[in-house]
Unconditional design. Structure first.
Length: 256
């Protein structure tokens, strides 16, 4: 996913990779799917759903109607989330394409539970969620083995909105900024006093949580460093298929 410009608020279900060591587990590759693996003794016992109540269809429709009314004719660009299998769009607003990520500074790494964007093997709707960004999105529709779905022992990312379990989907965002910044714990790290409206690019990877002791170490996939004088994510998977790119904005109540 490539973004030209975007507002600085992502879906509220995002968790920063710099926020908690509990998020830094292991990954494995599963065909063209990147699978976040949970070695024995790392993941939580009984699997459970999100702990919030689900918003009704009427609530979601009212939110969408209000959004359409408040943004009509104001020239906003395409917004996330998107069905990335659908190449046709009706929003004709255009703006400059962000530079390559290698020409920008990494400013944040975070993830969303469930895929923010529908596409490929992540096409099962998770439901309306709570109406505030938690519990919605899209899930993996492929098959996993009983071993990959086994229930280990410790909790991962527990919260009042629920934790993470084998079989869950996450969408990881590596966020880059044209500003002179360094990686930080929120999207505010993508801005500085010199520029409040930088160009940004998000390199997104959708991953499936599995219980697999042979997984790649997620600390390696979230490893950062300096290349050519710019902060970079050094080990973004490059074997997950051809990326889909689009110019637009992110989720949230503010717009570009």
């Amino acid at each position: 996913m490539q973004l030209g410009q975007f507002d600085k608020r992502f879906n509220s279900s995002a968790r920063s990779m710099f926020e908690s060591n509990e998020a830094q587990k292991r990954l494995k590759y599963h065909g063209l799917i990147v699978a976040l693996a949970l070695p024995g003794g790392v993941f939580a016992a009984p699997q459970s759903g999100d702990s919030h109540a689900s918003a009704t269809d009427q609530v979601i429709q009212a939110q969408q109607d209000a959004l359409s009314k408040n943004t009509a004719g104001k020239g906003y660009g395409p917004q996330s989330p998107r069905d990335i299998d659908a190449l046709f769009g009706r929003n004709l607003v255009s703006f400059g394409t962000a530079p390559k990520s290698s020409e920008m500074n990494l400013c944040n790494i975070h993830f969303h539970k469930n895929a923010e964007h529908k596409g490929g093997q992540f096409a099962k709707f998770a439901g309306n969620g709570d109406g505030h960004g938690y519990g919605t999105g899209y899930k993996y529709v492929g098959e996993l083995s009983a071993e990959e779905l086994a229930k280990p022992a410790a909790e991962v990312c527990p919260s009042k909105h629920g934790g993470l379990y084998p079989g869950d989907t996450v969408e990881v965002h590596y966020v880059y900024s044209s500003a002179r910044v360094h990686p930080g714990p929120s999207l505010g790290a993508c801005l500085n006093d010199a520029i409040k409206n930088p160009q940004l690019r998000v390199e997104a990877q959708v991953m499936v949580l599995v219980n697999d002791s042979k997984a790649k170490d997620f600390l390696e996939l979230a490893k950062i460093g300096v290349k050519g004088g710019l902060y970079q994510a050094l080990n973004i998977p490059g074997d997950a298929g051809k990326p889909v790119q689009y110019g637009g904005s992110t989720t949230g109540p503010a717009y570009n």
